[in-house]
Design a protein. Sequence first.
Length: 276
Amino acid sequence: MTTEGRESPEEGVRGEVQQDRFVAGQDLTRWKTPLGRILAVAAQSITRILGPYAALIITLGIGLVVAVALAVAFGEVYESVVNADGVAGLDHPVLYAAKSIRSPTLDEVVTAYTNVGGTVGMPLIAVAIMIFLAIRRRSWTPVILMLSAGLGSLLMTILGKPLFGRTRPDLSDAIPPFEHSASFPSGHSLNSIVIAGIVAYLVILRARTAKARVITIVVATVFALTMGLSRVYLGHHWLTDVLAAWALGIAWLSLVITAHRLYLTARTRHSKEVLS
């Protein structure tokens, strides 16, 4: 999105190497485990052959395969827990508790809020933030990370629903407009935690103070939590659908952030090689 010779200290490759790699004094390009060091060497090798963005995309692609496999495995465990009435024993009591606090006004407010995390609202918000960050940083990295994060959560939702086919709460317990797709996982919950999480991560990379980082984390967390709980309040999902979606979202976010750390590592080492 820019040439290296025209970059300011906060833009493009220079901004990524000089700023994105440090968060609260921690160097994201330092790997303390043997597996991390092996992955860093592999990313650096790919960077030498295909370039750093190619390395990032390949790493994210591999991570996506792992994430989908984890989603399938997690779904099997989830189904066993539901059948054994483990955590699922909370589903009905929590739904009844949500019904007890409903009111016409609150129903309208929560419905409007949950629409923000729907198939129209969430993509529009994500694209607007993605374009803003990409232009501000003069870098393709926010585009690649946000598109990959969103694609991963979408695939897990699309594959998970028909694979397990869990029935939603009865329509008599739900607030219209009704939804008729399978209940597991909660797409709103999964997509909101992934998008809010990756946006928070990108903001934290450039946040100058601890206060700014804390505020960013709190806002992203509150958004993801309330979006998920709104689905339970409306009777559109069981609590365990939301809990499972949060767990899957956190796992996928961890893989996306790991891929970005590998990209930063390869970028940093490449820059040192050029200068030496």
